[in-house]
Design a protein around this ligand. Sequence first.
Ligand code: SD4
Length: 342
Amino acid sequence: MQSRRHFLSSSLGAAIGAGIGYVIGKRQAKPAVANEPSDSPSDNRQAPGEIYTGGLVLSTWNHGIPANHAAWEVLKSGGRAVDAAEAGVRVVEADPAGTSVGIGGAPDRDGHVTLDACIMDETGNAGAVCYLQDIMHPISVARKVMDDTPHVMLSGSGARQFAVEQGFETVDLLTPESKARWEEWLATSSYKPIINVENHDTIGLIAMDQQGNFGGACTTSGLAYKMHGRVGDSPIIGAGLYVDNEIGAATATGLGELVMKTCGSFLIVELMRQGLSPQEACEEAVARICSKGDYKNYQIGYLAMNKQGETGAFSIHPGFNYAMIKGGEDKGMQDSGNFSES
Ligand code: SD4
């Protein structure tokens, strides 16, 4: 249980609590009632009405650990969650070893590395770029779109032009290693987007600062060897990421097409608004996907947090892990529950 000093009083949480029930796929979400104990793995459920202020960071996959550390550096000195989220994912964008983010990310089938990213802050502002080439930090270009333009998303050559005008340097994002892997792939050109093992480095990072405000960032090079021009869920507000400062934040990884078709992150936040815990909301969003058809070969992983500092994580298949820092305590890697084994 977290210290009481990490909580602020709020009337918002008290408003949560309308009972609802869902029957989707294999599971039925319990009617959600505020204050009802949940089956969430969170060990820190708090009464609605208290806002967690200890600082919280969640991010997808193993490289979430260094990303979380960078995010925590911002949060521990009282910084904003949106700044923490941007700082965190930048670490992964700059790491050539990550094969699904920034430099070193796998190219499309024609050999172009095209990047997607989005960011949201506690005021509901959002910025995004998609199909961006030659820029190391798409998340910071998305941030500039959010802060300095009247738009939410810039794409392709327009996004690149904007980035260059803003002083971002151009770099070749196709490393010798990622080029070699692409050339190897070209030998067969077999395209089968089974995501879990070979293509799972997209980072979605959601954070809550010591003021109890949310921010989030999501950045990727998308599916390896995708069709030229393909854009996934990661830069789409409401799909790869969603933040509503009254309720919570959610982010996604996996086969973006499935997330986009169900507005996954927005759905999770809206389910939390209706009273589901972050865990229940993630499970429900996965169940929606699974109820719609063939999910057996595809992976999706969701992360979520709410105003009380509760967390949730769920995926279609085993293997989705994520990193967490809560109240300054590095909880390292955690495994999510999954639909196919539940
Ligand atoms: C996409 N969601 O472009 C991304 C891919 C991903 O881990 O998450 N990979 O569809």
